[in-house]
Design a protein around this ligand. Structure first.
Ligand code: 2M8
Length: 432
């Protein structure tokens, strides 16, 4: 069974691999290179083809901007199966954008640092992988420098996102109250996602108006971060995004120590790290909910809902053991009923929960992967194994879908795109 699933997963990744040296998340629905997808994909590839894993990351980092920014989509090729494409995002408006590739002007969770460390852990030929890491690591460091220099507006070790697409959790109910503060025009455009996937599993047209409106503001300001921080109606500190940055800080510290020298960089990373962990614990912990939450910088107020992002800090060793215990208690009480697969992306007890609609409730394999390792960090081996077994069962029963219904016994519980790359890639890791 295990061998069969692994070979099916490899087939998915191989089918989605493109000539330009990168892997698309899913045919039709997502025809370009996405930042955090590529990171997860490289982890899977490292098991069966280290050269592909290296290429995946090298191709992504090749699209880095002069200021260290790494875009969320790199448009290596033309495709009319996706909206909004390069002509909407217009990275050329930024004076520091890559001259080589068109891209978006927004980013995604900074996973690349810990992905490099994972690739090293997985590689058979450690020497070869280490040589590769040495050629790439400074680009990731520059990326972290970019975040702390440009996106930590309160100088508290926490970086903002200015768009829901930067979070990776696109239509999470977390953003609903932000949308009510905006009144964008009713744009005319042709959605492509709903030609690939049933509209009931995707964001609404009105949500897309909001998404496009924020991009227009960023474009009017040539993707200048200071201007965006001043003007974007969406400005949020996201616990998933910041936990990924913190995990990646630690990975860079570990790798630089292994490389030797680089004392200045190690010292700087340690400074960022200490401040970020402290800022995270003091600003994002909600004692009443027993969970980490998002923070709305525009309203200067927490967004008090529990999502799977609330649990991501376990992966980056952010909570104390006591706080981790409280967090896991919250997870098991709200998300962990025997009738459910772990882990829904949004609080199943909330009236905003929707078991089918993308990031409003379904189980995602990348989040489960983060939680599996996070729970293990704090000694929750049984629950970690349940997360792992649930992930395997969902894929075995329904296929390599993008997301899944958390309710056990649902017919056709796989939703969104099929043969989805990170579901395949991370399953390979979970099965090893
Ligand atoms: C989804 O997001 C894209 C925009 O970035 C979309 O809906 O068009 C999200 O699930 C995101 O996290 C993911 O990286 C991307 C590609 O898989 O799809």
């Amino acid at each position: 069974m295990k061998e069969k699933l692994i070979s099916q997963a490899i087939r998915v990744l191989e089918d989605n691999f493109q000539e330009g040296g990168f892997t698309i998340p899913c045919k039709g629905l997502y025809p370009f290179q996405w930042k955090w997808d590529s990171g997860f994909i490289a982890i899977g590839q490292a098991y069966y083809d280290a050269s592909k894993a290296k290429q995946e990351i090298a191709t992504l980092l090749d699209a880095q901007w002069d200021n260290g920014f790494i875009p969320h989509i790199v448009f290596h090729n033309e495709s009319d199966t996706y909206f909004p494409g390069a002509d909407v995002h217009r990275s050329d408006l930024s004076p520091v954008a890559s001259k080589k590739y068109k891209s978006t002007g927004m980013t995604q969770p900074p996973v690349t640092g810990f992905v490099l460390e994972e690739m090293y852990r997985i590689a058979d030929d450690k020497e070869d992988m280490f040589a590769f890491i040495k050629t790439q690591i400074d680009k990731v460091y520059d990326n972290h420098n970019y975040f702390y220099k440009n996106r930590d507006v309160n100088d508290e070790g926490l970086v903002f996102i200015y768009h829901n697409w930067e979070s990776g959790t696109d239509n999470s109910p977390i953003w609903d109250d932000i949308w009510t503060t905006m009144n964008p025009p009713e744009y005319t455009f042709e959605r492509r996602d709903t030609t690939h996937v049933d509209a009931s599993q995707r964001p609404s047209k009105r949500e897309y108006d909001h998404y496009l409106y924020i991009i227009e503001i960023a474009k009017e300001n040539n993707y200048n971060d200071a201007k965006i921080a001043e003007l974007s109606p969406f400005l949020v500190i996201d616990p998933l995004f910041n936990a990924m940055l913190i995990k990646s800080n630690q990975a860079l510290i570990n790798l630089y120590i292994r490389i030797g020298g680089n004392e200045d960089k190690i010292a700087q990373l340690k400074k960022w790290q200490a401040k970020s962990i402290e800022g995270f614990n003091s600003k994002l912990w909600d004692d009443k909910l027993g969970a980490y939450v998002h923070y709305d910088l525009r309203k200067d107020a927490p967004i008090s809902f529990v999502t799977s992002s609330s649990f991501a800090p376990l992966y980056a060793n952010i909570p104390s053991q006591e706080r981790a215990d409280a967090l896991v208690h919250t997870m098991m009480t709200k998300f962990g009923g025997e009738d459910k697969y772990l882990c829904a992306s949004f609080d199943p007890e909330s009236d905003r929960f929707d078991p089918k609609k993308y990031w409003r409730g379904p189980v995602w394999i990348n989040m489960n992967w983060i939680l599996f390792y996070g729970l293990k960090n704090y000694g929750y081996t049984d629950i970690a194994n349940r997360v792992k077994e649930d992930s395997i069962e969902l894929i075995e029963k329904y296929g390599f879908y993008e997301y899944f219904n958390c309710k056990k016994g649902t017919e056709n519980a796989g939703y969104g795109g099929g043969d989805f790359s990170w579901s395949a890639a991370l399953l390979i890791d979970l099965l090893n």
